[in-house]
Design a protein around this ligand. Structure first.
Ligand code: TXA
Ligand code: MG
Length: 335
């Protein structure tokens, strides 16, 4: 049985937070909203609890989890060596969607780091997430609360669809604000290296700490095992059109319609009138795409289309994080 509790995202009810925190302290699993996506949380210092996360998600054991803390003080329990650059980033961006890879303390349960000597940590901004960590009085390990390989959940309903019956509780705080996962920055590398692009961009990071690399080579990806695994994909094959006019998009959709039903997600309004054509329009800004893309992929996947055509956006600044997720989803789906 999975208990679902609805909470006010601005002023979460204390009793509900206390109940959820007691589940965490007892070694159970609680899904909760953050400002990026929903996370599936367990006590990061309890190995048995952390192993339950991997089992519930069907997550490969070599994919480490992000640890969530409520304060700079709590970070000391997770990592003993926070350098000068990390301190500056923490002052500037925490609480918020920036995850830092640091040297790991031995107290952190081993499966959290999947055998690495490092640990990924962030302090979320969402009041439900912060309230839960505070009440549990322990760092909380939490990957995104989806079945491994599916798009990250941005609503409690997404979490329930994937994990209902497999976890103890879901805290429902409505749709998440940002909609894509945090930036992951390895500050044990020199210069620091972005392992996963996110809402906090390379440009913005380098304004605070100087040069920042963008991980790309196989060797670099080795540092962030999660980026090697299948990710962000609905069931249908995704055709990502990185750049195209409305007419070109229509031609592509019509071509696939000859073989079966087609889903379309984009900002252009396509003039296609066909019972086998399902279209979801979202705003053209990176912010709109980040906020809506995972929900749109899940929604259109329920219509069971043969393919989903997705219209890309400009691959710069915040758009880079969105395009990173879309390219992975497209390359990993069986076309
Ligand atoms: O916004 C987010 O980051 C969300 C919310 C819930 O906080 N969490 C999230 O977790 O997206 P997850 O597990 O889906 O993605 C964690 C990413 C993976 O790519 C993983 O490989 C990487 O962080 N990671 C975790 N620990 C690492 C470590 N020690 N070294 C390098 N990469 C690490
Ligand atoms: Mg994930």
């Amino acid at each position: 049985m999975t208990q679902v509790l609805e909470l006010d995202p601005e002023r979460p009810q204390k009793e509900a937070i206390e109940l959820a925190a007691s589940i965490i302290r007892d070694g159970g699993l609680v899904a909760f909203p953050t400002e990026t996506v929903y996370g599936l949380g367990a006590d990061a210092m309890n190995e048995q609890a952390v192993l339950k996360i991997f089992e519930a998600k069907g997550r490969p054991a070599d994919n480490p989890c992000i640890v969530h803390v409520d304060s700079r003080e709590m970070l000391d329990r997770v990592s003993a060596s926070v350098g000068d650059k990390a301190e500056r980033l923490i002052q500037t961006f925490w609480p918020g969607p920036l995850t830092l890879v640091l040297e790991r303390n031995v107290d952190v349960a081993e499966p959290v780091s999947a055998g690495l000597s490092t640990v990924a940590v962030r302090m979320p901004e969402h009041r439900i997430a912060l309230g839960l960590i505070q009440a549990a009085r322990t760092p909380i390990a939490a990957p995104s609360a989806n079945v491994s390989g599916r798009p990250s959940p941005t609503t409690a309903a997404h979490v329930f669809d994937d994990l209902g019956g497999r976890i103890d509780m879901i805290l429902d705080g409505g749709a998440t604000n940002i909609g894509i996962e945090s930036t992951v920055l390895d500050v044990t590398a020199d210069p620091p290296l972005i392992l996963r692009p996110g809402w906090i961009t390379q440009q913005v990071l380098s304004e605070v700490i100087g040069p920042v690399g963008l991980g790309a080579s196989d060797q670099e990806l080795q540092r962030s095992p999660g980026t090697r695994h299948r990710h962000y994909s609905p069931r249908a094959a995704i055709i990502l059109v990185e750049q195209g006019t409305t007419e070109q998009l229509e031609t592509i959709c019509r071509h696939y319609l000859e073989d079966g039903s087609v889903g379309f997600i984009g900002y252009s309004k396509l003039a296609i009138d066909d019972a086998s054509f399902f279209s979801i329009n979202i705003g053209a800004r990176a912010k709109d795409y980040a906020h809506s893309i995972y929900a749109a992929l899940r929604e259109i996947d329920q219509k069971n289309p043969g393919v989903i055509v997705v219209e890309g956006i400009r691959d710069s600044d915040e758009g880079a994080a969105v395009m990173d997720r879309l390219r992975r989803a497209a390359s990993e789906s069986a076309v």
